[in-house]
Structures are given as structure tokens and as C-alpha cells.
Unconditional design. Structure first.
Length: 303
């Protein structure tokens, strides 16, 4: 499970339906770039903007496309815990490797509800379960209880307090795996040495080789070389973060630059005008760091 995993975009066709052929292309592009797996229908994958049937469609097609060549993690978080449980069972039936979920959304904003939510989902299958800590504060003395739940084996942490993650992991008396979710800080998370084993992120879809190399170089303790890849990747992150403030369709369009049309994001986001799309594609092309969509070779300032 160690290494770089893409938080996979959910691609849509011109009629707004899940584009299954584009799922195949996303997985091929990522694997050629050195990724170890894919995180399905998470935040980047617009999971809560999909119907449950659409999410199941993504799981099934990804399993077929991956064909055992990588790990697949299905994020099944929903407003209703019952829907999350149903999705977990469907994802397991589809053949994914791991289940994951965000904490309760909108309702149940307290720790007892979090425990009930995760307990129901983690017990729904026999697959290992990855907690998705999304922009929330971890409290080691409290959150260690989450690891008493059946099948809880790790954390995807999208936050910036790596010290608290280290403290929690050191408190655990069993092996767990931790993934960094802030793309711009992957090398920083891996530098702790004893906490994070890889990363899961949005930008991994676009420039998979950069993030795969960061993980591989850090595993070899070559942080000087890894830092060059991180610095270059962060030039793309700058463009992506600008789109986060307004319209997520602005960063999804960047996949066109590597030859994969994922469509726009769903409402409440909006499609881009042809003029805005052209402007953004020109900006990402000017970075000179995009990989060849066919061969996964990085072009630009690094070997």
C-alpha cells in the first residue's frame, strides 16, 4: 500500500453521465506514471455529487480497468450512514481492496457519532478500512479509540499538523498505514520517517510521475532529489488551488492537457467557457512539466 495513489477524478461525458472509457484512460495514465493505486469517489472524485448507482459504476469499472495491477480504495462516505454501509458492501462485491470514509457530514458532528458511523461502515465488509480525516483536528488521546474498531487499518490525513499524526501513530500498538492528503506537502510528511508511507491526492492524476518519484526517492532517503520534484509539482498545485476557491471545473480541465477529457464538475460547480478553458490550458502548458499521456515520460526541467 505504500507509495503514490491518485484521488481519481470521476469523468463525465457530454451528457453528464459517468464516462467509463475515461476511467480506463485515467488508470492507464496513472499506472504508466508509477502510481500504486487509486482512491475512488472521494472529494476529488465528487463522491457526494454522485448517486449511489454511479459510485458503484465507478468501482466496478475501476476494478475491471486495474485488473489487479494496483490497489483500489473506495471512499463510501454519505450523509446517511446507511447509504455508506450499502456502498461499502457494493464496493467489496465489485472487488476493491480497501474501504474508506469521511466522518459524518452535516449531522452527527461529535465523536460518539463518528464512532457509530465508522463502526457501521468498517463492520459492513471484511476489507481493511481507511479513515479519511479531511480538514479536521486529530486528538490522539481521543482518536486512538477509532483503531479499536474492526478492520480499521490506517488514515488518509488531509491536514497540516503532521506532529499530531506522529503522536497518534506512536501511541498505537499495532501496524497502521498513513497517507498524506496535502499534495504540496508530500515530502514534508514523508520526512518524518515513522508516520506516513505515501500520499493520496488530486494532482497525482495530472502528473503522476512527479508524486511517484517523490515517494520512491524519500523511501531511499534521497530528499534532495525528491525536493526538486516537489518544487516542480507545486507549480501545478498553485494553479489547482486557485480553482478550489471558486469553480472546481477549473482544475478538472487540466486532464485535457494529458489527453483525457474528464468533463466539468457537477453543480453547484459550472462548466467553463471555451475562452476560460483555453486560458487555463495555456497556463498549465506553460509550466513545461506535463508527462506524455502515452508513455508517462516527464518533459521539462527534470530527468
Amino acid at each position: 500500500m505504500a507509495g503514490a495513489h491518485a484521488a481519481m477524478f470521476t469523468p463525465f461525458d457530454k451528457k453528464g453521465r459517468v464516462n467509463e472509457d475515461a476511467i480506463d484512460a485515467l488508470i492507464e495514465h496513472g499506472l504508466k506514471g508509477g502510481l500504486k493505486g487509486f482512491y475512488l469517489t472521494g472529494s476529488t472524485g465528487e463522491g457526494m455529487l454522485l448517486t449511489n448507482d454511479e459510485r458503484i459504476c465507478v468501482y466496478r469499472r475501476a476494478v475491471k480497468a486495474a485488473n489487479g495491477r494496483c490497489k483500489l480504495i473506495a471512499q463510501v462516505g454519505c450523509v446517511r450512514t446507511e447509504d455508506s454501509v450499502a456502498l461499502a458492501k457494493a464496493a467489496a462485491d465489485a472487488g476493491v481492496d480497501w474501504i474508506s470514509s469521511v466522518a459524518p457530514v452535516y449531522f452527527g458532528q461529535n465523536f460518539p457519532s463518528v464512532m457509530r458511523h465508522y463502526k457501521a461502515i468498517s463492520e459492513a465488509t471484511d476489507l481493511p478500512f481507511l479513515i479519511y480525516a479531511f480538514n479536521c483536528s486529530l486528538v490522539p488521546e481521543r482518536d486512538i479509540r477509532l483503531f479499536d474498531l474492526k478492520n480499521v487499518k490506517g488514515v488518509k490525513y488531509t491536514g497540516r499538523d503532521f506532529y499530531v499524526c506522529q503522536r497518534l501513530r506512536r501511541m498505537l500498538d499495532k501496524e497502521t498505514i498513513w497517507f498524506n492528503g496535502c499534495d504540496e506537502l508530500l515530502i514534508s510528511a514523508l520526512a518524518l520517517g515513522d508516520t506516513f508511507s505515501g500520499g493520496i491526492g488530486l494532482n497525482y492524476n495530472i502528473i503522476p510521475r512527479h508524486f511517484a518519484n517523490i515517494c520512491e526517492l524519500c523511501a531511499k532517503n534521497d530528499f534532495r532529489a525528491a525536493a526538486k520534484w516537489q518544487a516542480e509539482a507545486n507549480r501545478l498545485v498553485d494553479l489547482v488551488l486557485a480553482g478550489l476557491a471558486d469553480n472546481w471545473s477549473e482544475f478538472k480541465v487540466f486532464m485535457k492537457a494529458v489527453g483525457i477529457d474528464c468533463g466539468p464538475c457537477r453543480a453547484p460547480y459550472a462548466p467553463l467557457s471555451p475562452e476560460r478553458e483555453a486560458e487555463l490550458l495555456a497556463k498549465v502548458a506553460s509550466l513545461g512539466i506535463l508527462g506524455d499521456a502515452t508513455h508517462g515520460n516527464v518533459v521539462g526541467g527534470l530527468p
